[in-house]
Design a protein around this ligand. Structure first.
Ligand code: NOJ
Length: 532
């Protein structure tokens, strides 16, 4: 209809993990020139925006999520001039650019922290979270690090502990300090002035902690196979009410520029998640919705998630959906390749902005990493629990050249052994490939307002089937997905099935007329155009 929607509502976001996308200088690590060299591909794929995981100077203890300078580019990725060129080239192609903003913590090598730790009287002491030991000399409370062990590091020199929600090389900033707020808002302004279109904000629900630093409650449901930090519930260390005032300050910065957006990384139950839209839309534009990652892959569970999410959204809250990212096992490994095609159709037909993780469009799977090649500190600190993130961060598989065309040097992580068969080159002209499916879905979504901004309507189903309607004015699409391995029929006496198949996950039924019922093969999904 005539309602105006912003680019981040209509569009699709493509996440690039720059270390692993394309290397241009043979050092085995991807870089900005490499991304620029691949922009033709990104444009051809048909997405609207790229989100780059952190590219700033960093000792790389957590591969860029430990930043030592917020307003420059790490030499391994290039220079500010390379960034400006990439931005201009992206914009020339109509692609928006989203950067990663990491406000919760800096690197311990950041000059702010160096100054802070120098003495208790340092002007920057209160920029971080320093506390005296507990009466027994131990840490101030029971908070745990997400990457294993306690969250408090003892500083011998100044005889206090500092808090780190992640690695000890990632001290948490004290966002209650107005000077920290101003310095970090200026970081946003620096990049927004340069022309970036938005930010993905790292662990935004973490940035404010309990003022009294109360102990977190023990988690009664903890099992030994869970991540160790789940031994306590993060009640006092995350999701504090005051976080919303800080986010509103960030939002004001974005609003002063217009047409820019902020997507927040938030792992919380849906009723808490939606509070991050802010009381009156003064929060993040999109709080990342990771529910398709965390729930079991079955039709009934997914139906419930969609319904509850749609019902929980505030009137001004725009939905979004995610299947994977650099922290989560690959979708193809979680549910298998056949269902990954269903997942693609779901991601690109549900109401809300989709975020697609690089490589998922060719069905890349988790790559086993031999012990001597492990890079991720999370795997090193909590071995054997399957928490390591290297398997989903391996280099993009472009073609059948050595190292899949990613690098002519020695890649920082091993490549998948199947790269000669699973690559962009192999799939781009194959009319049945995953890549072709993604392209068709993206093309259809882009060309049909009902699919990119239309309303969502629930359609009751049973068993392995999931169905919903997307509508915009007279335009209507019925999406029916078979999440099981058996053929099923949807409809029968349902007058809802009436139209022409626009797209099947099997890429072979285009134009088929369906009336009353539609038969779905195992692992098949269809988009039916009911407007014709
Ligand atoms: C979330 C990021 O996605 C992850 O990769 C990182 O390790 C942590 N935040 C800490 O910054």
């Amino acid at each position: 209809m005539a309602t105006k929607h912003e680019w981040w509502q209509r569009g699709v976001i493509y996440q690039i993990y720059p270390r692993s996308f394309q290397d241009s200088n043979a050092d085995g690590v991807g870089d900005l020139r490499g991304v620029q060299d691949r922009l033709d591909y990104v444009q051809w794929l048909g997405v609207d925006a790229i989100w780059l995981s952190p590219i700033y100077p960093s000792p790389m203890a957590d591969f860029g999520y430990d930043i030592s300078n917020y307003t420059d580019i790490d030499p391994v990725f290039g220079s500010l001039a390379d960034f400006d060129r990439l931005l201009a080239e992206s914009h020339r192609r109509g692609l928006k650019v989203i950067l990663d903003f990491v406000p919760n913590h800096t690197s311990d090598q950041h000059p702010w922290f160096q100054e802070s730790r120098a003495s208790c009287n340092s002007p920057k002491r209160d920029w971080y979270i320093w506390r005296d030991p507990a009466p027994d000399g131990g840490p101030p409370n029971n908070w745990l690090s997400n990457f294993g062990g306690g969250a408090w590091e003892w500083d011998q020199h100044t005889q206090q502990y500092y808090y780190h929600a992640f690695l000890k090389e990632q001290p948490d900033l004290n966002w209650r300090n107005p000077e920290v707020q101003e310095a970090m808002l200026n970081v946003l302004r620096f990049w927004l002035d340069r022309g970036v279109d938005g930010f993905r904000v790292d662990v935004i629900w973490h940035i404010v902690k309990d003022e009294e630093f109360r102990d977190n409650p023990l988690n009664p449901e903890f099992r030994p196979t869970d991540p160790p930090h789940h031994q306590v519930l993060a009640t006092y260390s995350t999701d504090r009410p005051e976080v919303h005032d800080i986010i509103e300050k960030m939002r004001n910065v974005f609003d002063a520029y217009g047409e820019r957006m902020m997507v927040g990384e938030i792992y919380l139950p849906v009723e808490r998640l939606v509070t991050y839209y802010g009381a009156h839309g003064s929060g993040v534009h999109l709080p990342f919705n990771f529910q398709l990652i965390s729930i079991p892959w079955n039709a009934r569970a997914i139906e419930r998630v969609i319904e509850n999410y749609e019902a929980a959204l505030p009137p001004f809250g725009w939905p979004n959906w995610v299947l994977g990212n650099h922290d989560q096992p690959r979708i193809a490994s979680r549910i298998g390749l056949a269902q990954a095609r269903i997942a693609a159709m779901m991601l690109l037909t549900l109401r809300g902005t989709p975020t697609l993780y690089m490589g998922d469009e060719i069905g890349m799977h988790n790559v086993p990493i031999p012990p001597h090649r492990v890079q991720d500190p999370c795997e090193i600190n909590t071995p054997g629990l399957g928490l390591g993130r290297d398997p989903q961060r391996t280099p993009m598989q472009w073609d059948d050249r050595p190292n899949a065309g990613f690098t002519t040097g020695a890649p920082w992580l091993p490549l998948s052994e199947d790269y000669e068969n699973v690559s962009v080159q192999m799939q781009r002209d194959d009319e049945h490939s995953m890549l072709t499916l993604y392209r068709r879905l993206l093309e259809l979504r882009r060309s049909q307002p009902a699919l990119n901004v239309g309303s969502y309507g629930h359609v009751p189903t049973e068993g392995d089937l999931l169905a919903y309607l997307r509508r915009d004015g007279d335009q209507q699409f019925l999406i029916v997905l078979n999440l099981g391995g058996r053929e099923c029929v949807f409809g029968g006496d349902a007058p809802i099935v009436h139209g022409r198949i626009k797209l099947s996950t099997h890429l072979d039924r285009r134009g088929e007329v369906v009336t009353d019922a539609v038969r779905l093969r195992s692992d098949e999904g269809v988009i039916i155009d009911r407007s014709t």
